[in-house]
Design a protein around this ligand. Sequence first.
Ligand SMILES: [Mg+2]
Length: 228
Amino acid sequence: MKIKAIFFDLDDTLFDTYGQLVESAIRDSCQVMIQAGLKANMESCIEKRHSFYLNVPRKNLYQELVTHFGVSNNDPESVAEIGQKAFFEREIEPTISLFSGAKNLLEDLEAKYHLFLVTAGDTNTQKQKVKHLGIEKFFRQIYYVDVRTGQTKKDAFTKALSEYYYKPKECLSVGNRIDHEIAEAKELGMHTCYIKHGQYVYLSPKRPEEIPDFTIDKIRDLMTTCRL
Ligand SMILES: [Mg+2]
């Protein structure tokens, strides 16, 4: 494998989004949904969300909560939207930090490869994370993928391949979602490394493209496992 470019995901790949941000985001989204009419209390909302996330991780969890608990004095669709918005559009505390070993890894890799960051979510939220983590300097380019407008990581990969004249075989995509960073990169012929961490570890492959070439538990093992 002759790699020229490495494409990193951000959340739960370079830093512990799940541990550092997700719990409070879940709490806040339940709170606003309850205030908007979701017929649940905080405890039952959090518990049910967790069970949906374990059992139907590909579904929209906020829609599932609304269907399960019901809503009073409001339109169910808008309550689901309020919950989803509260979860994804966040003010990010400047105290967030990279995974152990991630800074050294980026420094080492930057000397040998072209590095890119491809991050999906609310662009403003993702920009705050990048700023607080101080990682902008490591990347040739950062692609902010706005999922609400229908953009995908595959679009960003395709753009990079054509702008930088890389062959897919010269590229490695690293991330914690088999349905995004793995499948969307493999569909283009890129190499893939899956990090088994965070909210989506319960997804199991449904098609061959979701099976990664390499799997690691910690980002600091990337170079050894992928022989970089
Ligand atoms: Mg991620």
